[in-house]
Design a protein around this ligand. Structure first.
Ligand SMILES: Nc1nc2c(c(=O)[nH]1)N[C@H]1C(S)=C(S)[C@@H](COP(=O)(O)OP(=O)(O)OC[C@H]3O[C@@H](n4cnc5c(=O)[nH]c(N)nc54)[C@H](O)[C@@H]3O)O[C@H]1N2
Ligand SMILES: Nc1nc2c(c(=O)[nH]1)N[C@H]1C(S)=C(S)[C@@H](COP(=O)(O)OP(=O)(O)OC[C@H]3O[C@@H](n4cnc5c(=O)[nH]c(N)nc54)[C@H](O)[C@@H]3O)O[C@H]1N2
Ligand code: SF4
Ligand SMILES: [Mo]
Length: 715
């Protein structure tokens, strides 16, 4: 029998064709009829079968006891968790319980739908998510310029003829903030139709090898480079706002702000010649359908906020924004930005601050960079309990080692996760959701990022085994019971709403969201779950459309080109550039490296993905190795301010000299985790080197790239 569904593992949204016998998966292939991915699939999609069958995947709630983890009933777990959370909050205050939501929570609409109830029931300002280790800068720029942090703009991949990729490696990641299914096919098609592809990255990446041009840039120098591009657009009178001309504020002030950033002034710090920068700016401005795209490399650094703003500016000022082939806004069927006011709020910045470092909240959350210190530092408001959903912060947040030590200090740690990983191994309770093939899938979050307007609902392939509970149910149960224990009018309303949601079920809530979206002007096609369920390969709702200024609901249909917070941060950016220009260049800088056969810190327990040689290596340019007397394969010690790891080196001319690269998500030798396959090839965690104290002080995002390190021969 064949079942068609979207893959839930990454943003690409590939269509899968799953052959099964009603009980077991027999084979997984790409769905040739899928409008986005047209048969494309990556090794992880195939490995969903391993995930489904994995004996290490937890199938029953676990409780940590003096004798180690023991199975416990759902009822007993729910009750004890609710009682202890309520008691801790009663004694130490609401903010003493923290929440952390990891990346896969966005990949399951069921989990996403349940989280607001948990947030409401706990009511803490100590909320964290993987977003501040990832795309906060993009969200921050969107909030400041367009008035809503969920207004993501994405490259119109299918129609562009000129694309710059700065700090993204879609040939491995399969694309991020551009849900496109088979991005590599779409990048190749740009060149096939006579267009041009340019990659700017400190490593000559797999994507760079598909491009017309690759330029090395120094880690963290993205804002400097983009500032020089903006400078050039003004200096050479190449700005052209097109249909946005009447809707922007602050054009004149901008020109003056970027006057100091000539290509000559940034060239040394960036590592790209002034003439090249000028040529790129000219070619980009002159191209008819062009887009300048940036991703994780550009975000996860000290100047991510300004870099993301400049990225928008470069596209807007050159007439490549909200136009075919440029940066465009998707038209999600469930229009979350439009619905936001109905489910709570539309975001904010600085409404409260973190207790220890005083960092501003953004979009209702605090940055993960402060989580460790908020647990460790005594005083009123100290975090005493943690609830994580779909996360592995020990391997994912900067200075994960510090967090790991801090976890043992907690009075209670509750994890919703399918594995006992390096973080959840410290939990008191682990509540497992079952296999992704036992739940429905809908791209609630990814419609906001899709390079083609597209919707697909995939029903569960298998019935969950008896006694299993999905995240939707268990998160809502915990939320309801916490609220009930707290008492009071507001808590009772939260409990009743969580109960009502659970009774309705995720599918009916999804259908209700489609209807609500239609009522507020989204979902033009009148999609319902029934209509979506009637088709196997999703519904293609056509190419991206121009939507400005109408989609700017919150800023009186105007774009703020120069928000004061961003303009003010330019000073910090400039000072750092002057320092980098004056430096002698001898400091090695660490960057990351995603891998095709892994998914951040997980999917390393799949035998078929872990075959082959050790992938957790430090890439280094041969010249840097020679200077240090190091050879291919040597075990070297990499040291940063926060820690040291020992790892084999791999020499590569693809690295920019002075830059070394280590993948994140390894480090599976931690005790107590239950990951038999992963622990055979444990590797080391890059986040034992990254620094929690160094971050983007504007947006709050973690800085994983440009970490100063030393590399020496190991013993
Ligand atoms: N050095 C460095 N660090 C990084 C990055 C980097 O580039 N460099 N990248 C950052 C980025 S972009 C991200 S998104 C973060 C990711 O950081 P996290 O989200 O904290 O980590 P993941 O590795 O995605 O862990 C996901 C966990 O969710 C569990 N899980 C999967 N599906 C489900 C489900 O349906 N329900 C439940 N309950 N659990 C589930 C898995 O078992 C796994 O344990 O890492 C960040 N960390
Ligand atoms: N196979 C696989 N796919 C994934 C994931 C995975 O772990 N494995 N993770 C998923 C997740 S959570 C995300 S967020 C996406 C991320 O998707 P991408 O952003 O495409 O991911 P990366 O491969 O991390 O690409 C970042 C690039 O930035 C470069 N870089 C490092 N430092 C700098 C810098 O300072 N400036 C610039 N300009 N570039 C720099 C790196 O060399 C790297 O090539 O991928 C998703 N897809
Ligand atoms: S590219 Fe992403 S969505 Fe496609 S099969 Fe691989 S993991 Fe799944
Ligand atoms: Mo991510």
């Amino acid at each position: 029998m064949k079942h068609y569904r979207t893959c839930c593992l990454c943003e690409a949204f590939c269509g899968l064709e799953i052959e099964h016998d009603g009980r077991r998966v027999l084979a997984i292939r790409g769905d040739e009829a899928h409008p986005l991915s047209r048969g494309h699939i990556c090794p992880k999609g195939v490995a969903l079968q391993d995930l489904h069958d994995d004996p290490d995947r937890l199938r029953q709630p676990q409780k940590r006891t003096a004798l180690g983890f023991q199975p416990v009933s759902w009822e007993a777990a729910y009750d004890e968790i609710a009682e202890r959370i309520a008691a801790i909050q009663n004694e130490h205050g609401t903010d003493s319980v923290a929440l952390y939501f990891g990346n896969p929570s966005v990949h399951s609409f069921e989990t996403l739908l349940a989280l607001p109830a948990l947030i409401a029931a706990v009511g803490s300002r100590n909320r964290y998510s993987a977003s501040s280790a990832d795309q906060w800068p993009h969200m921050f720029a969107a909030y400041m310029m367009f008035g809503n942090h969920l207004l993501f703009s994405v490259p119109d991949l299918e129609r562009t003829d000129f694309m710059v990729i700065q700090g993204g490696n879609p040939a491995v990641s399969n694309g991020s903030l551009m849900t496109s299914g088979d991005p590599v096919g779409k990048l190749k098609a740009i060149r096939k139709r006579g267009g041009k592809l340019i990659v700017i990255d400190p490593r000559r990446t797999e994507t760079a090898k598909l491009a017309d041009e690759h330029h090395f840039l120094r880690p963290e120098s993205d804002a400097w480079l983009l500032a020089a591009v903006v400078h050039t657009l003004f200096a050479e009178k190449r700005t052209n706002l097109g249909h946005l001309r009447g809707y922007v504020d602050g054009l004149e002030a901008l020109e003056a702000a970027f006057a100091p950033f000539s290509p000559e002034s940034v060239a040394t710090a960036v590592g790209i010649e002034a003439d090249t920068i000028r040529r790129l700016a000219r070619e980009f401005a002159a191209a008819k359908r062009a887009v300048w795209y940036g991703r994780v490399g550009l975000c996860t650094q000290r100047f991510g906020g300004v870099a993301a703003w400049l990225l928008n500016l470069v596209n807007i000022l050159s007439g490549h924004f909200d136009t075919p082939g440029g940066m465009m806004f998707p038209r999600p069927a469930i229009d979350l930005p439009r619905l936001a006011p109905f489910v709570g709020e539309r975001g904010g910045y600085g409404r409260w601050r973190s207790r220890v470092r005083g960092v501003p909240e953004f979009a209702g959350e605090l940055p993960v960079s402060v989580l460790g210190e908020e647990i460790e530092t005594p005083g009123r408001g100290q975090i005493r309990a943690l609830i994580t959903v779909c996360g592995n912060p020990v391997l994912s947040i900067p200075n994960g080692g510090r967090l790991e030590r801090a976890l043992s200090q907690l009075d209670l740690f509750v994890a919703f996760d399918m594995y006992r990983n390096e973080s959840t191994a410290h939990a008191d309770f682990i509540l497992p959701p079952g296999s992704p093939l036992e739940r429905a899938h809908y791209g609630l979050g990814f419609e906001l990022l899709s390079v083609r307007n597209f919707s697909q609902y995939s029903p569960p392939l298998f019935e969950p085994p008896s006694g299993a509970r999905g995240d939707f149910e268990s998160v809502l149960e915990v939320a309801e019971r916490i609220a009930r224990r707290k008492g009071g009018l507001k808590a009772r309303a939260i409990a009743a709403s969580a109960w009502g949601m659970r009774r309705a079920g995720a599918k009916r809530l999804l259908d209700g969201s489609l209807k609500l979206s239609r009522a507020v002007g989204g979902n033009r096609e009148g999609l319902t779950v029934a209509k979506l369920e009637a088709v196997d390969h999703g519904i293609d709702r056509g190419p991206l459309e121009s939507v400005l200024p109408q989609r700017l609901h919150w800023t009186k249909q105007r774009i703020r080109l120069h928000p004061p917070e961003l303009l003010a941060d330019l000073r910090r950016v400039r000072l750092a550039m002057e320092e980098a220009t004056a430096a002698d260049g001898s400091q090695l800088l660490l960057i990351g490296r995603r891998q095709l056969r892994g998914n951040n810190s997980w999917m390393h327990n799949s035998t078929r993905l872990m075959r082959g040689k050790d992938r957790c290596t430090l890439l280094m340019h041969p010249r840097d190795a020679e200077e240090r007397g190091l050879d291919e394969g040597d075990a070297v010690v990499v040291r940063s301010r926060v820690g040291a790891v020992t790892v084999p080196i791999e020499l590569s001319e693809d690295m920019m000299p002075g830059v070394v690269s280590l993948p994140h998500g390894f480090g599976h030798s931690r005790e107590r985790a239950q990951l038999a396959v992963a622990s055979r090839n444990p590797g080391v965690s890059a986040n034992d080197l990254t620094d929690d104290l160094v971050f983007d002080t504007l947006s709050g995002n973690a800085a994983f790239n440009g970490v100063p390190v030393s590399v020496d021969a190991g013993r």
